[in-house]
Write a new protein. Structure first.
Length: 615
């Protein structure tokens, strides 16, 4: 599909580069000889045993200053050495080095360490390299911390004059950073014939370090890397109220927790503040915390009540579909879920619904007490011992968001239901043929589509006009801290198909409709279709996945994987989508009664809607 691009130049609303508000009076003012080039610092290559480190308050302040500087250099110093360095490992080792440096020398030590990779980082402005129009120079063109999929991060080289005609490059030769309340200058363009050349950091050279997340330095390098990717690239700061500068010291401090669960909770709580439902942080779990057990019933929040919606066949707990969970281990259910919400990594719409849904999985075999209310108001108290997942059998019951395996279903009275999320592009011709004589059609978009072309083709049969979706945008970053942004608007269109189908139609949405699901609903709305259901999840746009220290995946079991939304997405009318979702034209949530009776009340209402228009 062609993208029509509109470029908008915008200077960021964020406050400068920021600096610690903590007292740094113990750190000296940086002093350099303005008449001499910056000193060259070489990388060591003989690591020794790591010392025992006391992470006191001052050291954490110094680490905060250092990692902010290091990550700004990582993303914006335009050299091959910076591009190819292993920055998380460099930062982890540098944290150890800072801990062994006298307090009043740590500011200078931080500059010294970073200059091993980026020698033109300087506190003296006239030490920056000179560039004239004919010089070959390099700069970054980037809308993401990594180059992948739909995102671009490229170090480009040409004459400085030619670079000025390029789109999405920096508007400035250098930027000024706040480091210990002192100005440090970072070049955003570097001449190819520099006098000074940095080194590529790939392996430990000073200290021996196990790349395990429970090592404080590895944890700090990981969380600061995650923090920095948000700080420099996340495009939602104007729509989400969050003091992200204050989150960095909280994240670093979290890494001093010896208990894994406490460490994880403190990290998750900071990223939950972003209200980005795409965020996922995969950490290497100690064996005792792996959720390899389950309880034989599943509950969800329905009309703010915890209602059992599915149960395992032949389970003997006494719990049935439609029962209400009142308390767990003596704690009222709302209090229980609220205690999980601040670390849920979910927005305000889902901070309780997701913890409720996932509470079926457990890591311990310890019995769990439940207080349960039956539909006739009888209250029972039970104990359930979680079972191993290897013992799992079939669950049955209608989910809060129903799911079907068929792409097309014939209903009564000439009505059809297209489960758009199941439609494959190869099936569309046959489906359209079957719909030609339909009296009305329900387009079920309550779940995530499995085929990009499939759902677009289906919508093209029913939209009343060209459906234009210009709600997405790339944010190209020309300087640290989003102080030089160029916005690239993305416009996509679905045109009505030749031989469109002309009958009443209604679209269903759910609270689980997210990302591409919401993208499809925006096309439906733009094309003039009516949406019935609930406000959607509230996040769209492609994700970025950062694998730190190898990531947590099939080839690495010790690293960290971080996922977040790197593309701006709004509602069709331009209002924020994040933490808001798409509002349906006809609000119709699922109800407790419908779950107790195992009826899809949204589908039933859609049928009634169509029948009224047929009559």
């Amino acid at each position: 599909m062609k993208k029509n691009i509109v470029v908008v130049f915008l200077m960021c609303w964020l406050a400068g580069c920021g600096g610690s508000n903590n007292d740094t009076s113990q750190s000296p003012t940086l002093s350099e000889n303005a008449s001499q080039p910056p000193p060259v610092n070489t990388l060591p290559s003989n690591p020794i045993k790591k010392p025992t480190i006391d992470y006191d308050e001052q050291l954490l302040i110094d680490i905060e200053e250092f990692v902010k500087l290091a990550h700004a250099v990582q993303y914006f110093y335009p050299s091959e050495e910076s591009k190819n360095s292993d920055w998380p490992l460099f930062i982890a080792e540098s944290i150890i080095e800072l801990s062994q440096t006298p307090v009043n020398e740590r500011a200078s030590k931080g500059i010294e360490l970073v200059r091993q990779i980026a020698p033109y980082l300087t506190s003296v402005q006239n030490q920056l390299p000179n560039i004239d129009e004919q010089n070959q120079a390099s700069t970054w063109r980037q809308n993401s911390p990594i180059d992948e999929d739909v995102y671009s991060r490229a170090l480009i080289t040409s004459s400085y004059r030619a670079l000025q005609t390029e789109s999405y490059v920096s508007n400035h030769l250098f930027t000024e950073l706040d480091y210990y309340q002192t100005s440090v200058y970072l070049p955003l363009y570097l001449p190819s014939n520099n006098e000074l050349t940095g080194q590529t950091y790939r392996t430990l050279g000073r200290w021996q370090l196990t790349q395990n997340f429970m090592e404080n330095e590895v944890c700090m390098a990981s969380v600061s890397s995650m923090w920095a990717s948000i700080q420099h690239f996340w495009p939602y700061f104007s729509q989400v109220s969050v003091d992200w500068q204050s989150s960095l010291p909280n994240l670093l401090s979290a890494c001093t927790e010896d208990d894994f669960l406490e460490r994880r909770a403190r990290i998750y709580s900071e990223f939950t503040k972003l209200k980005d439902n795409h965020i996922n942080i995969a950490l290497p779990l100690p064996e005792q915390y792996v959720r390899n057990r389950y309880i034989p019933f599943l509950y969800e929040l329905v009309e703010d009540q915890a209602i059992v919606v599915r149960v395992e066949e032949n389970q003997q707990t006494g719990v049935e579909i439609g029962d209400e969970i009142l308390a767990i281990n003596g704690q009222k259910i709302q209090t229980y879920l609220e205690s999980k919400s601040d670390t849920s990594l979910k927005n305000d719409l889902h901070r309780k619904t997701v913890p409720a849904l996932s509470d079926v999985f457990k890591s311990s075999a310890d019995p769990i007490s439940y207080q349960v209310k039956k539909p006739d108001n009888q209250i029972i108290n039970i104990q359930v011992t979680p079972k191993l997942l290897s013992e799992l059998t079939n669950f049955y019951g209608l989910r809060y968001v129903p799911r079907r395996d068929e792409a097309l279903e014939a209903l009564s009275d000439g009505l059809y239901r297209v489960n758009v999320y199941k439609v494959k592009s190869a099936e569309t011709r046959d489906i359209k043929e079957q719909l030609k004589n339909a009296k009305g059609v329900i387009l079920d978009l309550r779940r995530y589509p499995e085929d990009w072309q499939g759902w677009q083709t289906v919508l093209s049969w029913f939209i009343k006009r060209p459906a234009i979706n210009d709600t997405l945008a790339y944010y190209w970053q020309g300087a640290p801290n989003q102080t030089d942004i160029q916005i690239q608007q993305v416009s996509q269109t679905i045109n009505p198909a030749s031989g469109s189908l002309n009958m009443p139609v209604i679209v269903l949405s759910s609270r689980d409709s997210q990302s591409q699901n919401e993208h499809s609903l925006i096309f439906a709305r733009s094309g003039g279709l009516t949406i019935m259901g609930e406000p959607t999840s509230g996040i769209n746009g492609n994700i970025v996945q950062l694998d730190l220290f190898g990531g947590l995946n099939n080839t690495s079991s010790q690293g960290v994987t971080f996922i977040y939304t790197n593309m701006r997405a709004n509602r069709w009318n331009g209002d924020p989508l994040i933490n808001a979702g798409i509002e349906p034209d006809i609000l119709l949530p699922r109800t407790v009664e419908s779950l107790q009776k195992q009826i899809d009340n949204q589908l039933a209402a859609a049928v009634d809607y169509l029948k009224q228009r047929i009559e």
